[in-house]
Ligand binder design. Structure first.
Ligand code: DGL
Length: 262
């Protein structure tokens, strides 16, 4: 039987919308309930215990709103909380973000890969395990990008200041010979054109949102959660300012929608 309940999806802010738009493409009949934890953005510099608490609170809210599955559309929260979330809600399917180290290892020819992520992701166990498993023979140049998430939250996705910062952040990896860059923060695809411009045509930039959407589609099928074939409803909540989130929705993903306070 079809299951019309929504799929919950959350991030510290607008970053998860890069995954949200792929979910809409991949699963056009699924209703989605998006939570932006903008009262606490950025997650990146916070201790993992704190991020875990935020993630557990949001998962409880999504569950209360009858979500049938949850997508942790945030690398930092996936690193800090995915294991605990799965333990706490064994009956609820979860999908999370993982740094795309494996595809990078398969695609690089120079053997040098740049990773852009928050400090929380770079210091997390998930990244360490991915590096151990897939990057033993690679040179990784890791780059935390302090302030980038806040700039994207504030709507700054294309400015000379941002371009100058990206030149600084990308310089060490390009100098080391990186031909592949992994975006391991869901906010960063919103500055993909600028990253491509700075990196140049010889460098491929990988971001996993489409792969995550396909993974969610597999989960939905596996657990018999498929929605009926009719128009879905999409809802947006924030722990921050609903009017600001509503403006971001329009600017970043072209969606005209009200946003509710969580
Ligand atoms: N978009 C998130 C991530 O993927 C969170 C970034 C942040 O809040 O610092 O890591």
């Amino acid at each position: 039987m079809a299951d019309a309940r929504p799929i919950g999806i959350f991030d510290s802010g607008v970053g998860g919308l890069t995954v949200w738009r792929e979910l809409v493409r991949e699963l056009p009949h699924e209703s989605l309930l998006y939570v932006a934890d903008q009262a606490h953005v950025p997650y990146g510099p916070r201790p993992p215990e704190q991020i875990r608490d935020y993630a557990l609170t949001i998962a409880a809210a999504l569950r209360k709103r009858n979500c049938k599955a949850i997508v942790v559309a945030c690398n930092t929260a996936s690193a800090a909380a995915l294991k605990d979330l799965r333990q706490k809600y064994p009956d609820l399917p979860f999908a999370g973000m993982e740094p795309a180290v494996k595809p990078a290892a398969l695609q690089t020819r120079s053997g040098v890969v740049g990773v852009m992520a928050t400090p929380g992701t770079l210091q997390g166990r998930m990244f360490m395990l991915a590096v151990e498993r897939f990057a033993a023979n690679l040179t990784l140049v890791n780059q935390p990008c302090p302030g980038l998430v806040q700039m994207i939250e504030a709507g700054e996705t294309d400015s000379p200041q941002l371009e100058a910062l990206l030149r600084e952040w990308l310089a060490p990896m390009l100098k080391a010979g990186a031909d592949t860059i992994v975006l391991a923060c869901t906010h960063y695809p919103f500055v993909l054109p600028l990253i491509r411009k700075v990196a140049g045509p010889g460098v491929q930039v990988l971001e996993p949102s489409a792969a995550v959407a396909r993974q969610v589609a597999r989960l939905v099928n596996q657990h018999n959660l498929k929605a009926p074939e009719r128009a879905p409803t999409h809802q947006f909540l924030t722990t921050g300012d609903p009017a600001a989130m509503s403006a971001s929705l329009k600017r970043l993903v072209g969606v005209d929608s009200e946003v509710t306070q969580l």
